[in-house]
Ligand binder design. Structure first.
Ligand SMILES: Nc1nc2c(ncn2[C@@H]2O[C@H](COP(=O)(O)OP(=O)(O)O)[C@@H](O)[C@H]2O)c(=O)[nH]1
Ligand SMILES: [Mg+2]
Length: 304
C-alpha cells in the first residue's frame, strides 16, 4: 500500500546530510586517527554527540561503553556508532504505519503549534486518496478559525472530505466524524488537533477527551496516535514528547522539516528515551513531501 512513497536512498542522503555530518562525520574526523580512547578523546566525542542533539544521557552512555573496554579502537568508531544506532532503532518497534484494510483507521495527530500537524494531515490525506481510500478529515483544532481554514484548503487539495464546526467542542467534532465515517463507509479519519502549549493543562485535557471519544466510540477501529515533532527543535522535541506521552497514549512519531535539518539525531534520541518509533518524515512543504521512515534506509543514508 505504500506505492506512494518513493524511498530513494539518494534523496534520503541529501535530506540527512547535515545530520550525518554533525552526528558521524565530526566524530569520525576527531576520533578515528587517535591511538586509543583517552579521556581527552572521549570527552571530545561526548561533546560532539551532545551538540548533534543526541541528548546528554545517551551521549554519555555511548562514550561510557567505549571507556570500559579495549576491543574497539578509535579507527572503528564509525562501525561502533552504526551498531549502536541500529540496535536502538530496532528496539523502538516497527516503523510501518498501521493500516487495516477491513476496518476504519483513525489517525490522531498531536503536537505543539507550528510543528506541521495540518500539513502532515494534508499529505496523509493525499497519500490515502492516491491509494483509492475514502478519507475524512476532522477539524478538531477549533480554537483558531484560521486553523480550520488552512485544513479546509489542504483537504480540498487532497480530495478528502472534512468535518468542521467553527468554535465547537473539539471532541464533539470527532464524535460527529466517527458517526459519518460509519454511516458512509470511510476508510480513514485524520484528526487535526490544537497545539497551544502556553496553556498546557487545558490542552492536555482537551486531547485526552478527544482520545477517549475515539476509544469509546470506535473501539474496533485501528487507532494510531501520532506525535508530530519539528526536526529542528532537537532536544526540545524530546521534552514535548514527554508531555504528550503523559496525556495520550502515543503510538508513533512523525518528524517534520527533516529537509535541511542538522538535528535529525532526534530520531535516535526519541527511540532511545521514549521507546517510540518514528514512522513518517516530512521532507518539504508540498503535498508529496512525505516519506515512510525506514530504519535501515536511515542508517544507510547516515553512514554511507
Ligand atoms: N520545510 C518543511 N516545512 C514544513 C514541513 N511540514 C510543515 N512545514 C511548514 O511548517 C509550517 C507550519 O505548519 P502547520 O502544518 O501549519 O503546523 P501546525 O501548527 O502544527 O498545524 C508551515 O509553513 C508548513 O509549510 C516539512 O516537512 N518541511
Ligand atoms: Mg494546524
Amino acid at each position: 500500500m505504500f506505492g506512494f512513497f518513493s524511498n530513494s536512498i539518494e534523496n534520503l542522503k541529501k535530506t540527512v546530510s547535515k545530520t550525518a555530518q554533525a552526528l558521524i562525520g565530526n566524530v569520525v574526523d576527531t576520533v578515528s586517527e587517535e591511538e586509543e580512547f583517552s579521556e581527552f578523546v572521549l570527552d571530545d566525542m561526548e561533546d560532539l554527540l551532545i551538540s548533534a542533539d543526541l541528548g546528554v544521557t545517551y551521549a554519555a552512555e555511548l562514550v561510557d561503553k567505549l571507556r570500559s573496554q579495549d576491543k574497539i579502537k578509535p579507527s572503528q568508531v564509525k562501525n561502533y556508532l552504526r551498531e549502536q544506532f541500529t540496535q536502538v532503532l530496532n528496539q523502538a518497534g516497527s516503523n510501518k504505519l498501521n493500516f487495516s484494510e477491513s476496518n476504519l483507521n483513525i489517525y490522531f495527530i498531536a503536537g505543539v503549534n507550528g510543528v506541521g500537524k495540518t500539513t502532515l494531515i494534508g499529505k496523509l490525506a493525499y497519500k490515502f486518496k492516491q491509494e483509492g481510500k475514502r478519507v475524512l478529515v476532522a477539524a478538531a483544532d477549533t480554537f483558531r478559525a484560521a486553523a480550520e481554514e488552512q485544513l479546509d484548503i489542504w483537504s480540498k487539495r487532497a480530495g478528502a472530505d472534512i468535518i468542521r464546526r467553527d468554535k465547537a467542542d473539539p471532541a464533539s467534532v470527532v464524535f460527529e466524524a466517527i458517526q459519518k465515517a460509519r454511516n458512509e463507509n470511510y476508510d480513514v479519519i485524520l484528526v487535526d488537533t490544537a497545539g497551544r502549549l502556553q496553556n498546557k493543562y487545558n490542552l492536555m485535557e482537551e486531547l485526552s477527551k478527544i482520545k477517549s471519544v475515539i476509544d469509546k466510540n470506535a473501539p474496533e477501529a485501528l487507532r494510531e496516535c501520532i506525535l508530530v515533532l519539528d526536526a529542528n527543535t532537537g532536544q526540545n522535541g524530546l521534552q514535548q514528547a514527554k508531555v504528550f506521552k503523559d496525556a495520550v497514549a502515543l503510538t508513533s512519531v512523525a518528524l517534520t522539516k527533516l529537509d535541511g535539518s542538522a538535528k535529525g539525531a532526534i530520531v535516535l534520541a526519541i527511540a532511545k528515551e521514549m521507546n517510540l518509533p518514528v514512522k513518517l518524515i516530512g521532507v518539504g512543504e508540498k503535498m508529496e513531501d512525505l516519506k515512510e521512515f525506514n530504519s535501515s534506509d536511515f542508517i544507510e543514508a547516515l553512514f554511507n
